[in-house]
Design a protein around this ligand. Structure first.
Ligand SMILES: C[S@@+](CC[C@H](N)C(=O)[O-])C[C@H]1O[C@@H](n2cnc3c(N)ncnc32)[C@H](O)[C@@H]1O
Length: 241
């Protein structure tokens, strides 16, 4: 497994180019724009039910559904030209329903960032795995144990333990992105690894099986502020001062 000193936007440059991808959990479409620009997909499916208001930005008195409608409409408008050309397809659906409508071996990559509880993440991982091409890559956001109610870490770890998918890499960030690959020797996966080795200085390779020992440790300073460190290994070892 690799730890790579990139953020998720920088990572997008290394995604398979001119491919078929999906983002599960779109919200306002800000990261969809990054995916479109950096991964340059031939087709990008944007999947979100837009049931809940995206965030607290909308302080109007509108009912929640109307706020969600506004966000959905803004995403449709943002990608109007790409939708007209067929390059972007917007699905106002829950991931489980949308994924069921795709053929097997359809996606080159997916980016999972929908519901973050463990059951939902596990369902998205299984649902996507069933639709990936050979050599396909499953990306996902929020591999952290710092956010209450998020179950990305246990869902990903269990998925890796119980299937033939591997955790290929994590970005070194306060909110890491994970990347899973099934066949580590597939040419596309080898190509990604080789690009990263060639172009990204300062990567870290973890060669034993560190997954279940991962903790995001917050170090708070007396003068204020904090630093978040990705920590692996048995508790008590290498405890920072
Ligand atoms: C964290 S936001 C996504 C942010 C976006 N990926 C970005 O980086 O800008 C999570 C989104 O997931 C959506 N969501 C929740 N449950 C979902 C599901 N089952 N399938 C697809 N999307 C879901 C929510 O409506 C919300 O818009």
């Amino acid at each position: 497994m690799l730890l790579i000193p990139l953020n998720r936007c920088e990572l997008c440059k290394y995604m398979p180019q001119a491919a078929v991808g999906a983002e599960i959990g779109v919200s306002r479409g800000e990261f969809s724009r990054v995916l479109l620009a950096e991964a340059n997909p031939e087709r990008l499916h944007l999947i979100d039910p837009w049931e809940q208001p995206a965030d607290l930005l909308d302080t109007s008195d509108l009912p929640p559904r109307a706020k969600a409608d506004n966000v959905y409409e803004s995403v449709l408008a943002m990608f109007a030209s790409e939708r007209a050309s067929g390059r972007v397809v917007v699905h106002r659906q829950y991931s489980q329903d949308a994924l069921a409508g795709f053929a097997d071996e359809y996606f080159d990559w997916v980016y999972i960032d929908g519901a973050h509880d463990e059951v939902s993440v596990a369902r998205d991982l299984a649902g996507c795995a069933a639709k990936m091409k050979p050599g396909g890559l499953i990306f996902g956001h929020d591999y952290t144990d710092r956010i209450q109610g998020f179950g990305v870490v246990p869902a990903v770890n269990r998925f890796v333990r119980t299937t033939d998918w591997n955790l290929l890499l994590l970005t070194i960030e306060d909110i890491p992105t994970f990347v899973l690959a099934k066949d580590l020797e597939h040419p596309r996966v080898r190509m990604l690894r080789s690009l990263l080795y060639r172009l990204v200085p300062g990567m870290v390779e973890l060669r034993n099986d560190p997954l279940d020992s991962f903790r995001h440790r917050t170090h708070t300073f007396e003068e204020g502020g904090c630093n978040i460190v990705m920590s692996f290994g048995r508790p008590g070892l290498n405890r920072p001062p």
